[in-house]
Design a protein around this ligand. Structure first.
Ligand code: AMP
Ligand code: MG
Length: 332
């Protein structure tokens, strides 16, 4: 019975008002999609725009998922290296992914799927063997993705996984949709990937920065932002532990192992959630020095949290303390 109720909850967007009057804001819709909990909250407009936003999210999941059999990504991955015609939006996203791959020297690599599948961090209890890792590394190379107009070819056994960038792309599309539908204030939260529309009643929105390995809701800082995105990649988000070591979901395409560089998380702050998402994965792998260099090329700001809990901010950000709580905002 419990399972039945859960399934119903997963299929019907949960739309909630803060009061009983239907014009009381904010209005929120929550649903399980993109393998995570997504919540869209608006501070003006009506519930129909929210429903539309969730439907749009579903459509993009069906286009970009590696597991949905009719998706563009599934078709490319199962084409046996033959050219596959895809939606122009898939091409747009792949071009952005390949751009970040090139600029990060492959620290972000959308062809990482063979390694992601091998590591399967949600189900494993011990690391794969070295020979298997070495074998899968042969197939990881973003240069094997060839785009020609609306046709994509994955050469040399390459297989795509857009899990490191698709949520950001979809968040940007939802924001566009909500703005066209008259929303001027809102929060799009796709599993911790946050994109803001405007401000909240004339003030910045606040976005919690999760403390790595802290209790649920325990924060390292609170961000104060307007009309920006904040996207975090962290080694605490999905992992298993073996022999006292953490094996997490972000793979270093140079070694074939989850990156292990003393960084617990990195948060990217900028305008485009798609860019922020790709950068967050890249900058976690790159570490502080190279990550900051990469972010500069995209005009993005970063907050690194090291394994010892130290916060390292790029130059465009500023720290303040209120009631002993740490706040971070953009320098104006
Ligand atoms: P994120 O939480 O945005 O950093 O994305 C993590 C997801 O991106 C993983 O679950 C994988 O699906 C995928 N991924 C893992 N390592 C990489 C990598 N080096 N480059 C691109 N995508 C990756
Ligand atoms: Mg990412």
């Amino acid at each position: 019975m419990k399972r039945f109720i859960l399934i119903i909850l997963c299929c019907i967007p949960l739309i909630t008002h803060t009061g009983c009057d239907k014009n009381v804001y904010p209005i929120s819709a929550t649903e399980f999609m993109l393998d995570t909990v997504i919540t869209v909250t608006v501070y003006d407009g009506d519930g129909n725009a929210l429903r539309g936003a969730l439907e749009l999210c579903k459509q993009y999941e069906n286009l970009l998922s590696k597991t949905v059999k009719t998706s563009d990504i599934y078709k490319i991955n199962h084409s046996g290296g033959m050219p596959t015609e895809v939606n122009p939006e898939t091409v747009e996203l792949l071009n952005t992914a390949l751009n970040i791959a090139a600029k990060s020297n492959g620290a972000f690599d959308p062809t990482v799927l063979p390694l992601v599948t091998l590591w399967d961090v949600q189900n494993r209890t011990f690391p794969p063997c070295v020979a298997d890792i070495k074998d899968k590394l042969n197939y990881v190379n973003y240069n094997n993705i060839i785009i020609s107009q609306n046709t994509v070819t994955a050469q040399g056994g390459a297989q795509l996984d857009l899990g490191g960038i698709a949520k950001g792309f979809i968040a940007d599309r939802i924001k566009e949709y909500l703005k066209v539908n008259g929303i001027t204030s809102g929060v799009i939260n796709l599993g911790g990937n946050t994109l803001l529309i405007g401000n909240k009643n004339g003030s910045d929105f606040t976005v919690g920065l999760q403390k790595p390995f802290g209790k649920n809701g325990e924060l390292s800082a609170t961000l104060e932002l307007t009309d920006k995105t904040a996207v975090t990649s962290g080694i605490y988000q999905r992992y298993f532990e073996a022999d006292g070591k953490i094996y997490h979901h972000i793979i270093d395409p140079y070694t074939g192992y989850p990156c292990d560089n003393g960084i617990a998380s990195v948060t990217v702050i900028t305008e485009s959630s798609c860019i922020a998402d790709g950068l967050s994965t890249a900058c976690l792998n790159l570490g502080i020095e190279k990550g900051i260099e990469l972010a500069k090329q995209y005009g993005a700001e970063l907050i690194y949290i090291t394994a010892s809990g130290e916060l390292i901010l790029t130059d465009g950000l500023i720290k303040t303390y209120k009631d002993n709580r740490l706040f971070v905002c953009l320098k104006t």
